[in-house]
Design a binder for this molecule. Sequence first.
Ligand code: ASP
Ligand code: MG
Length: 418
Amino acid sequence: MSETTFEPVPAVEPAAPPAAAGTLVMKFGGTSVADPEKIRRVASRLVESKQAGNRVVAVVSAMGQHTDELVSLAYEVSPQPKPRELDMLISVGERISCALVAMAIADLGLDAISLTGSQAGIVTDTVHGKAKIVEVRAHRIHEALDSDRIVLVAGFQGVSTAFDITTLGRGGSDTTAVALAAALGADACEIYTDVDGVFTADPRLVPGARKLHAVSYEEMLEMAASGAKVLALRSVEFARNHGVKLHVRSTFTGEEGTWVTEEDERMLEKAMISGVTHTLEEAVYRVSGSERADLFAALAEAAVSVDTIIQTGDDIVFSAPVEDRPSTEAALARLDADWEERDDLGKVSVIGAGMKSHPGIAARTFQTLRDLGVEPDLVATSPIKIAFYIPQGDVERTVVALHEAFELSSVEAERAHD
Ligand code: ASP
Ligand code: MG
């Protein structure tokens, strides 16, 4: 008698070679789908990518300023729209654009399907207006890709664990794209936008600003947190945590843009500084007579993401996003403390991974400020950033002068990359 004590290996055909097709997530911002002509152009771009052999998932933003218009409309009707209903309203912008792109793809002879965030399996927590993605149940997307379709997903939204429609915060379509790229194991997540990539400074302020070929996740996080509008901060965090390679590039040219990836040697050596970013609007609060722990507990409860915190004597000075101003003020009002708010400051940040290994960045930064006669109010640093708050009126010339001082217009500032 013979007994098989192990599962025999079934004889099977050798596995089919892995499909050459990789999955590509392509995200198009509002300016890229602003009118019917542009929608057709995005459709052709998706069709090309599909015909090149990719499994294509596209995430689109609302057309042009549509989300702003919907938000204004809500406030025209109601002074304090209920967050649940506001999400219900503003999530439609993305549904419109992705349905239109799917129609345009059909006209080009390919099969496409548009899905809401909820249909695409994007599950979030229940915080309306800035929900976090907790899970992506991608089986419906997989099925559609398997049946050879291009899949359009409405960006910036999901369905909460309480079955309500949520939105992910302004700029949230980037986060949708990166989350899908992570969940689908995509080769890369391409972010198509109206600029050519990530620049050493805002080219509208600094005509000599250069497009960077590559930046590290950390650098991009600092840049996104300090004024670079090209990527939503949350999407960069997500990309770093899941190792999703991002490629920020122009919708309107075939040019390569900027890669956002793991840090490598070249990033540390070639350039000390990658860029100078700025914001013109900052909300800075000074609080006295409150326990630190109580203050930050109150802010956390109001879902305010505090940025810089500085203790000076008994006072606590902190900054928070301008969008969070109403909730910050409400939280401070509930505390029995004295507080005041400043809204006359902007912020300039000098950012670069090379800062970790090259001394003298702070020296050159503050020398430049002294030469300009600009006096920073608050200074905050990280291992790869020096940021300071200065009067709004000084921001532009400070950015220009720092860009010059760190020679960011020179060819060497560009880091070649694979
Ligand atoms: N349409 C949304 C917004 O304007 C989301 C996005 O564009 O990423 O914020
Ligand atoms: Mg955006």
